[in-house]
Every structure is written in C-alpha cells, then in structure tokens.
Design a protein. Structure first.
Length: 104
C-alpha cells in the first residue's frame, strides 16, 4: 500500500472538466484499510481517474540482445494531482466513506 499524506484536487469547470485558470483546491485524503472514496455528486464508489506525478529510481537489467527488464523500483516521491469521478467527471466531489464491514 502506498503511503501518501493526501491529494490536492483542482477546481473544475463546467461538467467537471478542469480549467487551468481555476485556483480553488481541496485536499482529499487517500483511502485506508477502513475507508474508500465516494463521489458526492453521483454516488460512484468504484471508478476514478487518478492523475499522479512520480519520481522513481529503477534498476534496469538489459540482456545481451538489448531487451530491458526493471528488476527494482523505488518511488522517491509521488504526488496525486487530481481524482476525477469516471461516471460524472466531477473532480471536486470526492470524499472518504467507511468501507463495508470496516467497523466490525
């Protein structure tokens, strides 16, 4: 499981499509073992487009024919730039809710 502190979600234009000129942001926490994301606009619990920026260090092994294989990968830093609901395109309507059975 990845360990990130939260998400920074940009404001949205009409129909949930981000505009560069939007400056409003909200922080969306990452889901945990007991929580999950939910779109407050349409109720979606299962389909989201997540835009990430990552800085990684990879150990790449090249065979004698030049074919590469990544044998080790270390994520140095990762930022979640946005979370968009796949059903209704909302980018600023994602919240955390309890997972079923998480409290028992």
């Amino acid at each position: 499981m990845e360990t990130l502190t939260g998400l920074r979600v940009t404001g949205t234009a009409h129909h949930g499509i981000p505009k560069e000129s939007d400056t409003a942001t909200m922080t969306v926490p990452l889901p945990t073992d007991t929580t999950r994301w939910r779109c407050t606009l349409c109720g979606n619990l299962t389909r989201f487009d997540v835009t990430r920026s990552s800085k990684v260090v990879e150990y790449v092994h090249l065979d004698l024919a030049g074919e590469s294989n990544v044998e080790e990968r270390e994520v140095v830093s990762e930022t979640i730039e946005s979370v968009r609901c796949r059903w209704c395109n909302a980018v600023d309507k994602v919240e955390l809710v309890d997972r079923p059975g998480a409290g028992s």
